[in-house]
Write a protein that binds this ligand. Structure first.
Ligand code: ADP
Length: 487
C-alpha cells in the first residue's frame, strides 16, 4: 500500500511518530522472527517461498501499471506461516516489502512516493500483519484441528486478520496525512477486502497443498502461471503506452491546428478590413453621386479594383498556406523564368521605399540570364517578400544586398540586410505561418505569413530556403532553386 507524505499537514509530527511506532513494532517482530527461525527451519523451502513472494510482487507491480493490482504475495506469507511457522512468515513478509520498495524505486512512472519512510512503514506493517496472522493461524489450527472445517476456519481467520491489520494501519496513516476518517477509508475498501482475503486464504492453502504434494516443485506450479500472466500484462502496457503516445501527439497536433486557425482568422479579419472599407466607400460614393466627373469615377473604380486584387491575393495566400500545411502540393504554372530580370524588376519597385528609409539597395547579379523552370508570379512573390522584409526590418542608413549566382547546377539567391536581426530563440519559428517575433511587432507591422509563403513557394519549386541571423546585426536569407536545363 502506498503511504504518501503530505508536507503541509498539521499532524505531520504525529504522522512521523505513528510511522516510527509501526516501524519499531515491525522491526521487533522481525527480530523475534530471526531469533526464532533457527529452530530447525527448512531453509531450502524458505528460499523458494521468498522467491515466490518476490515473483508475485514483481508481477503485481507490472499489473499495477496496467491499471489493476494482481499479486498473491500475501498468500505466500500465510503459506510460509503454515509450513514453517509464524517467524518464517514474518521474514518472507519483510523481504517481500523490501523487494516491492526496490521494484517501485526503479520502475518508471511509479505512483509511489519512494522514500525511506515508505519502506519502513510498509515493512513494519507487513511484519506486524504477518506475525499476528501467523500466530492466529497456528493457534486456530491447533485448536480446530486439520479437518476440512478446521483448515477452512484457520485460513479464513489468518487471511482476515492479515487483511484487516493492513487496512487499519494504512487507514490511520491516511487519517494523519489527509484527515480522512479511518472508517470512511475502510468503507471505501469494502469491495477490495473480500477479494484480498480470498486471494490470501485460498491462494495460501492451495500453495500449501502444492508444497505438501510436490515439495518445492509445488511452488513452481504456482510461479509459472504467474510469470506467464506477466507477459500479457506487459504487452497490454506496451500497447496502451504506444496508444497514449499517439493520442498525445494527435492532441498536440490538434492544439497547434486550433491555434493556427485562430491566428489565420485574426489575420484574415484584420487584413480584409481596410480593402473592404475602401471598396465600400468608393462603391457607395459612385451610387450616391452618379454625376461625378469621369476621371473621378475612373479613380474610384480603380481603387475598387486594386482593393479587390488585394483581397484576392490575401485569400489565395491563405489557401496556399493551408494547402501546404495539409500536405497538399501547390499548383505551379511553370515557364522558363529569368531570375536576373525578375530581381531587377523587384529592385526597381522597391527602390523608392529604400530611398525613403535611407537604405542602400545593392545588387550583385550575373551579366547573363539565370533561368529556372518556375511559376513567374510565385517567384516574384518570393523575391518581393524577402527584399521587402530586408527593408522593413532595417532602420535607416543600413545596406541591403541582393546576390544571385549559379552554383553546382543550382541558382543561389542571397538577401542580406544589416537590420534588427532575429534572436536565436525566435529563429526556428519564423517560417511558421502567422508567426511574428514579439520584439518586432513594435518595429514594423505585418501579418506573419510572408516567410511561410516564401518557404511554400520555394519548396514547391524543389528548392530550399535557410536563414542566418544575429540579433541587432542583421539577417541573411538564402534560397536555392534548380537551374533550368535547356535540353
Ligand atoms: P511579417 O513580416 O508580416 O511579420 P513574415 O512571415 O514575413 O511576416 O516574417 C515573420 C517574422 O520573421 C517577422 O515578423 C519578423 O519577426 C521576422 N523577420 C522576417 N524577415 C526578417 C528580417 N529580414 N530581419 C529580421 N526579422 C525578420
Amino acid at each position: 500500500m502506498a503511504a504518501v507524505t503530505h508536507p503541509n499537514h498539521p499532524s505531520i509530527n504525529w504522522q512521523r511518530r505513528y510511522v516510527a511506532a509501526i516501524a519499531m513494532a515491525g522491526s521487533s517482530s522481525a527480530v523475534w522472527a530471526v531469533a526464532n527461525i533457527w529452530q530447525g527451519a527448512d531453509f531450502g523451502l524458505l528460499v523458494w517461498l521468498v522467491l515466490f513472494a518476490l515473483v508475485s510482487t514483481a508481477v503485481s507491480a507490472i499489473s499495477e501499471r496496467a491499471g489493476m493490482s494482481f499479486g498473491i504475495s500475501h498468500a505466500a506469507i500465510l503459506a510460509t506461516a503454515w509450513l514453517l511457522g509464524p517467524a518464517a512468515g514474518v521474514l518472507v513478509g519483510v523481504i517481500d516489502s523490501v523487494g516491492m520498495w526496490l521494484i517501485h524505486s526503479y520502475q518508471p512512472r511509479s505512483k509511489w512516493k519512494v522514500s525511506v519512510e515508505q519502506l519502513v512503514f510498509n515493512a513494519g506493517m507487513v511484519s506486524i500483519a504477518a506475525l499476528l496472522s501467523g500466530l492466529g493461524l497456528t493457534m486456530v489450527r491447533a485448536t480446530a484441528g486439520e479437518t476440512l472445517v478446521g483448515t477452512v476456519i484457520s485460513w479464513s481467520v489468518a487471511a482476515i486478520v492479515f487483511d484487516q491489520i493492513n487496512i487499519w494501519l494504512v487507514a490511520c496513516v491516511i487519517y494523519l496525512q489527509r484527515g480522512i476518517s479511518p472508517f470512511k477509508f475502510w468503507h471505501q475498501q469494502r469491495w477490495a477486502m473480500p477479494t484480498n482475503i480470498a486471494v490470501a486464504g485460498v491462494g495460501g492453502s492451495l500453495l500449501v497443498t502444492g508444497v505438501n504434494a510436490l515439495g518445492a516443485n509445488g511452488i513452481l506450479l504456482f510461479a509459472l502461471p504467474l510469470l506467464l500472466l506477466a507477459v500479457p500484462f506487459r504487452i497490454y502496457i506496451r500497447d496502451t503506452e504506444a496508444q497514449l503516445k499517439q493520442l498525445e501527439a494527435l492532441n498536440s497536433e490538434l492544439q497547434q491546428l486550433g491555434q493556427r486557425k485562430d491566428r489565420m482568422l485574426a489575420v484574415l479579419s484584420h487584413d480584409m478590413r481596410s480593402p473592404l472599407g475602401v471598396i465600400k466607400m468608393a462603391a457607395s460614393g459612385l451610387e450616391r453621386l452618379p454625376n461625378l466627373p469621369p476621371e473621378k469615377q475612373t479613380r474610384m473604380l480603380r481603387s475598387i479594383l486594386s482593393s479587390e486584387a488585394m483581397l484576392e491575393t490575401l485569400v489565395n495566400d491563405i489557401i496556399d498556406i493551408e494547402q501546404v500545411q495539409m500536405g497538399k502540393e501547390l499548383e505551379l504554372e511553370c515557364v522558363p523564368v529569368d531570375l536576373t530580370a525578375l530581381i531587377v524588376q523587384v529592385l526597381e519597385t522597391l527602390q523608392e521605399q529604400a530611398t525613403e528609409k535611407g537604405i542602400t539597395l545593392q545588387k550583385a547579379l550575373p551579366l547573363q540570364p539565370l533561368v529556372v523552370d518556375g511559376d513567374m508570379n510565385k517567384l516574384l512573390r518570393v523575391v518581393l517578400n524577402l527584399v521587402g522584409n530586408a527593408l522593413k526590418y532595417s532602420d535607416g542608413s543600413g545596406r541591403v544586398l541582393v546576390d544571385l549566382r549559379a552554383l553546382d547546377g543550382q541558382v543561389a539567391l542571397t538577401v542580406q540586410d544589416e537590420g534588427v536581426g532575429i534572436s536565436a530563440d525566435q529563429l526556428p519559428h519564423i517560417f511558421e505561418p502567422y508567426f511574428r517575433s514579439a520584439e518586432h511587432k513594435r518595429f514594423a507591422s505585418g501579418n506573419g505569413y510572408g516567410l511561410a509563403i516564401v518557404k511554400a513557394y520555394v519548396e514547391a519549386h524543389g528548392g530550399t530556403v535557410t536563414v542566418d541571423s544575429i540579433a541587432g546585426r542583421g539577417s541573411t536569407f538564402r534560397v536555392t532553386l534548380p537551374q533550368w536545363q535547356s535540353h
